[in-house]
Design a protein around this ligand. Structure first.
Ligand SMILES: Nc1ncnc2c1ncn2[C@@H]1O[C@H](COP(=O)(O)OS(=O)(=O)O)[C@@H](OP(=O)(O)O)[C@H]1O
Length: 366
């Protein structure tokens, strides 16, 4: 009896302690949830990546993820060029290690179709432009090249929208796929998505661009014939093979004409690829104006890296260290016979003149 009276308060004590522990545990869980919610840990933008000092190939290839209906999908990585990858829904159980850039932490952010597109040109400086634009807090840029209008159109606009980063009201969603500029069906398809979309084309001297293109091709397929062999239909009479892709892409007037059948020139902004290297802040200023954004990306964001020979970012978004583009951007070109270069300059001269007239802008190519 006395033992019973002696044990009874101890049981109550234990119950009380257990109740207190339960209350404290619940409070802990609530606090952690609130903390995660406020810091945005629950919200990661899976189509984005953090800019790092590592070359693009290293930090992009390990995995692109996107999320649909609460499931993470690892993108099937198909290398298009140094920085172009496309997603196609291979299921993954891994947690994404890629994180968002400015903004997606706000729960009001939604995925929207892009209001602006960098449509070209291949090897013009499109990656540099996109990386520089990402510094702007009102820009939400897709890191990969989705190739929606040229390769994946059958997947539909909902798929395209699902690829986009989340954006807040007032932010401009943008993607870059340089092949859009030269593919026949793209202007009409872009127009049917939106007649108001803003289009950006980075253009570069077509001769240098062709050599850059060839340098990239040969880096992947070293056994292809020499540039000089591919550039001419007939080496004895010097007739240029303008259907060879590296040369055909440089026929800017012809490609622009196709876009002008669908969009007014005022909706197309041409960026000088050379200017993007010599005066990145100047070119970025004009692009920000065109996009209706405040000029936030300015010369204080850039420095000239002598080793790289190109402008680099002092402090890229998502990192505190300076950042240059990867080694496939700004690489040493394949050596080309100077007579061939001269012949190509002559070939492009009338095409360039026509392009300047159409664009109302002289890019000063020789
Ligand atoms: N800041 C900076 N750093 C490095 N490279 C720069 C920069 N600005 C412009 N460029 C030029 O960009 C060229 C590559 O163009 P793209 O990014 O459009 O190439 S791609 O079509 O996406 O493969 C690349 O071409 P190459 O020099 O022939 O490699 C560069 O000349």
């Amino acid at each position: 009896m006395s033992a019973f009276h002696h044990n009874s308060p101890t049981d109550r004590d234990i119950r009380r302690v257990l109740q207190k522990l339960l209350v404290m545990l619940s409070l802990g869980v609530i606090c952690v949830s609130v903390f995660y919610f406020l810091t945005g840990c629950c919200e990661s933008d899976l189509t984005e990546y953090t800019i790092s000092n590592r070359p693009a190939r290293e930090f992009l290839l390990p995995g692109w993820y996107h999320e649909r209906n609460g499931t993470f999908y690892k993108d099937v990585v198909t290398v298009h060029d140094e920085d172009g990858y496309q997603g196609a829904g291979e299921r993954s159980t891994k947690t994404p290690d890629l994180v968002t850039n400015n903004s997606g932490t706000d729960w009001t952010a939604t995925r929207r179709l892009p209001q602006a597109l960098i449509i070209g040109v291949k090897k013009g400086g499109t990656r540099a432009l996109l990386e520089f634009l990402r510094l702007h807090p009102d820009i939400r840029a897709l890191g990969s090249e989705p190739h929606f209008f040229d390769r994946h159109y059958a997947r539909g606009l909902n798929w395209y929208r699902s690829m986009m980063p989340k954006a807040l009201d007032g932010q401009v969603v943008i993607e870059k796929t340089p092949r859009y500029f030269v593919t026949m069906e793209t202007p009409g398809r872009v127009h049917s998505m939106s007649r108001d979309v803003k289009l950006i084309v980075v253009v570069r001297d077509p001769v240098t661009r062709a050599i850059s293109d060839y340098t990239q091709i040969i880096s992947k397929t070293p056994n292809i014939p020499a540039f000089e062999t591919l550039a001419f239909k007939n080496s004895t009479n010097g007739e240029i093979d303008d259907l060879w892709s590296p040369l055909w892409i440089g026929l800017y007037a012809q490609h622009l004409e196709r876009w002008l059948a669908w969009f007014p020139l005022a909706q197309i902004h041409l960026v000088s690829g050379e200017g993007l290297i010599s005066d990145p802040a100047g070119e970025l200023g004009k692009v920000q104006d065109f996009l209706g954004l405040q000029r936030i990306v300015t010369d204080k964001h850039f420095y000239f890296n002598k080793t790289k020979g190109f402008p680099c970012l002092k402090k890229p978004e998502g990192s505190s260290k300076p950042h240059c583009l990867g080694k496939t951007k700004g690489r040493i070109h394949a050596p080309i016979d100077p007579d061939v270069i001269q012949r190509l300059r002559e070939f492009y001269r009338p095409h360039n003149r026509r392009f300047y007239q159409m664009a109302g802008q002289d890019f000063g190519w020789q």
